[in-house]
Design a protein around this ligand. Sequence first.
Ligand SMILES: [Zn+2]
Length: 87
Amino acid sequence: MKNNTKEVLVPSHKLWPLFRKKLEDTLFTYTNNKIHNRCNGDLTITIEILKSMESIDIKETVILFKELGGSCDCKISANVARIWNNR
Ligand SMILES: [Zn+2]
């Protein structure tokens, strides 16, 4: 029961809206009406969220995100979501 029941989190996946909301809630914080981007230039936040989603294949999902221009947390929010009609 390892890996073969896991899925890649494409933006048509039912968990994508939940993932995107968690990502953006964690990534962007507001102080005095200014937006702060907590991205460290890597996928730390993305991977943390994916780890909380039991049915997701993290390795394959990260490969897909990178192919779609999501090389760091904020680029997933910007690039991957936009490619898929901003879902
Ligand atoms: Zn970034």
